[in-house]
Design a protein around this ligand. Structure first.
Ligand code: K1U
Ligand code: ZN
Length: 167
C-alpha cells in the first residue's frame, strides 16, 4: 500500500473531469487500497481519485467511528434524490476551511465495486453528504465553488500564502 499526495486548492488539476472506469483490473484495486490508506492517514471520511491527481471515477469513504467500514464506489451516479439539508463541510484539498453547503438529504446511488459488479445504495445524512462531495470532485468541483466570490477569494489567498510559507 502507499500514501498518495493530495492536491491542494486552488490547484487547477482539481478542475479535471474524471473518466469512467471501463476495465476493472489490478490497477483499480490497488488504487482503491492506496486511496483508503491515504484517507485514513489524512485523516478524512472520504477521498476522490481526482484529489490524488488520478482522473478516473473512483471514490472511497468511511464515516464509521471505528474506521472499519470502508466503502469503495467506481462510476457512482445519483439516480434519485429527495429533501435538502445544510451541513458544515471540510475537504482534504482545502485544509483548515469549513463552511455550510446545501445538499440532497436522501440519495439513491448506482455504482460498481472493484470487480465491476453493479450495486444500488440508499444513503442519508452524513453518508449522503459525503457521497455528493466526492462525486463533485469527479466533476472537477470543490465545495468552495458553492461559496460567495468573496469567500472563494479569501480562501484562495490564505491557501496560496500557506503554500508559499511551506515551500
Ligand atoms: O473529499 C474530501 O476532501 C474528504 C472530506 C469529506 C467530507 C467531509 C465533510 C463533509 C463532506 C465531505 C473530509 O474527510 S474532510 C475531514 C473530515 O471531515 C474529518 C476528519 C477527521 C475526522 C472526521 C472528519
Ligand atoms: Zn473534498
Amino acid at each position: 500500500m502507499a500514501l498518495l499526495p493530495i492536491l491542494r486548492y486552488p490547484d487547477p488539476r482539481l478542475k479535471t473531469v474524471a473518466d469512467a472506469i471501463a476495465s476493472f483490473d489490478y490497477n483499480i484495486k490497488k488504487l482503491a487500497e492506496d486511496m483508503l490508506e491515504t484517507m485514513y492517514a489524512a485523516p478524512g471520511i472520504g477521498l476522490a481519485a481526482t484529489q490524488v491527481n488520478i482522473h478516473k471515477r473512483l471514490i472511497v469513504m468511511d464515516i464509521s467511528e471505528t474506521k472499519n467500514n470502508p466503502i469503495v464506489m467506481a462510476n457512482p451516479r445519483i439516480i434519485s434524490h429527495s429533501g435538502i439539508l445544510t451541513t458544515e463541510e471540510g475537504c482534504l484539498s482545502v485544509p483548515g476551511i469549513y463552511d455550510s453547503v446545501e445538499r440532497f438529504e436522501h440519495i439513491n446511488v448506482r455504482f460498481q465495486d472493484v470487480e465491476g459488479e453493479t450495486h444500488f445504495l440508499d444513503a442519508e445524512g452524513l453518508l449522503a453528504v459525503c457521497i455528493q462531495h466526492e462525486i463533485d470532485h469527479l466533476a472537477g468541483r470543490v465545495f468552495v465553488d458553492y461559496l460567495s466570490r468573496l469567500k472563494q477569494g479569501r480562501i484562495k489567498s490564505k491557501l496560496l500564502k500557506q503554500a508559499r510559507i511551506t515551500a
